[in-house]
Write a protein that binds this ligand. Structure first.
Ligand SMILES: [Zn+2]
Length: 166
């Protein structure tokens, strides 16, 4: 068995390269140790995810980490997604609603680039590029019907989805 590469106290590199979509497409995601992608994901862990994990004192599951461009396309992610640079992660915390996780991340004043409450299903957190200041943009993503089709829309701040779709 390969030795796991640790990024911070509770996070390991392999958690950011697991993708059901990639497996379904017969692909294996690999981040080269010491590469820019490795440094980026470590930066996200050390500055944002680990401090949140410490404050929550609960396990944090990464549901989507690094996405090479082809995977981001397959997942219909934004072209400018921070997942492509390995600077973003989608997380879920068993026993806590995503909105509660977002509120705690905001209260901790973590140095994130974006904190997005996504569809009441998960929390997206990204870090700014190494050496750049945190913008701390806070958004809620939800689905809105436009001409009969569901489109992703973003509202500033943290909201429960019912208040946006009502
Ligand atoms: Zn995301």
């Amino acid at each position: 068995m390969k030795e796991r590469i640790q990024l911070s106290e509770n996070f390991f590199l392999d958690e950011f390269t697991m993708s059901q979509t990639a497996s379904r497409l017969g692909q294996v995601l690999e981040i080269e140790p010491g590469s820019e992608l490795h440094r980026n994901i470590e930066h996200l862990c050390v500055t944002v995810l680990q401090p949140l994990r410490g404050a929550l004192n609960r396990s944090v599951h990464v549901t989507s980490g690094w996405r090479p461009e082809w995977l981001n396309l397959a997942l219909h992610g934004s072209d400018t997604s921070d997942h492509i640079l390995a600077l973003a992660a989608d997380i879920v915390v068993p026993g806590l609603r995503p909105l509660a996780v977002c509120e705690i991340a905001l209260e901790l004043n973590l140095p994130f680039k974006q904190l997005i409450h996504e569809f009441e299903e998960w929390t997206h957190l990204s870090a700014p590029p190494i050496g750049k200041p945190p913008i701390r943009e806070v958004l809620t993503a939800y689905k809105r019907r436009v001409h009969g089709r569901l489109r992703t829309a973003y509202a500033q701040g943290l909201h429960s989805i019912e208040t946006l779709t009502a």
